[in-house]
Design a binder for this molecule. Structure first.
Ligand code: G3P
Length: 253
């Protein structure tokens, strides 16, 4: 099981990488735009290389920006050539349900040995087909599934069961986090990986009662130090004048 971070923000990635808790990063065009990236592929390349270096050898998922079959194949091969820790993200089908994406996914994995993260999936059945096509990662958009009124926990359980049953290599990435609670629940339901938004990672870590407890420890540590200082001060005050004189003589010597 592993935690990925769902962002293109370098400072956030660096912060959590230093803590040793991340095993990968996922991005998509919407995330990059939200993180202030404009300028198309040349800018995507710059940001990608920066992130990929920062997290190496862990994988960075980068999405193609076209749904034209040939262009998708060409762009995916180009993205994968930038550095060795890139997984190319391809959506399960096109905007109008075009089905050639699976063919592209299969070709990339089997002919070109490129890791593919199949994305924008909402059901176990989509994940199963992506896994049969050879995907390294199958990304189930759990938050969006829940938004549609379904329970993504069921889809996660079914997906994991099917992958295990058919002995398929794909790893499930539970994506589209909405609440801190999602992470543990989705792991419990069978996700191999959960990709998390930075604020939710912080929410997992920081607990109000832990804060209160730490404050108590620090307060008491300080109190105990002050008591010790006060005690030694009192001992000095109570010392006979003669012994203090001797001390000062021996110090001078
Ligand atoms: O990793 C996929 C994720 O970024 C989609 O999330 O919040 O747009 O549903 P969201």
């Amino acid at each position: 099981m592993a935690i990925f971070i769902d962002t293109g923000n370098i400072a956030e990635i660096r912060k959590f990488m230093k803590m040793g808790i991340l095993r990968g990063v996922t991005t998509n065009p919407s995330i990059l735009l939200k993180d202030g990236l404009t300028g198309g592929l040349p800018e995507i390349k710059k940001r990608t290389l920066e992130i990929a270096k920062l997290i190496h050898p862990y994988p960075l998922s980068v999405e193609v920006t076209t749904n034209d079959k040939d262009k998708m194949l060409e762009q995916a091969r180009n993205l994968a050539s930038w550095t060795d820790n890139i997984a190319v993200k391809i959506t399960i089908h096109g905007p109008e349900g075009e089905m050639h994406n699976l063919e592209v996914i299969h070709t990339l994995e089997h002919q070109f040995n490129i890791r593919v993260n199949v994305t924008a999936m909402m059901s176990a059945q989509q994940c199963l087909l992506a896994a049969f096509a050879g995907a390294t990662y199958v990304s189930l958009f759990c938050g969006r599934v829940n938004n549609m009124g379904y329970n993504c926990i069921d889809e996660l359980r079914k997906t994991r069961k099917l992958l295990d049953q058919f002995n398929l290599k794909s790893k499930i990435i539970a994506a589209s986090t909405r609440e801190v609670l999602n992470v543990v629940e989705w792991f419990e339901a069978g996700a191999h990986i959960v990709t998390i938004l930075p604020p939710l990672l912080e929410g997992m870590l920081v607990h109000p009662y832990s804060k209160e407890t730490v404050k108590q420890f620090l307060r008491d540590a300080q109190k105990s130090e002050q008591i010790a200082i006060r005690k030694s001060a009192e001992e000095i005050i109570e010392m006979p004048i003669e012994s203090l004189k001797n001390d000062s003589v021996s110090v001078r010597l």
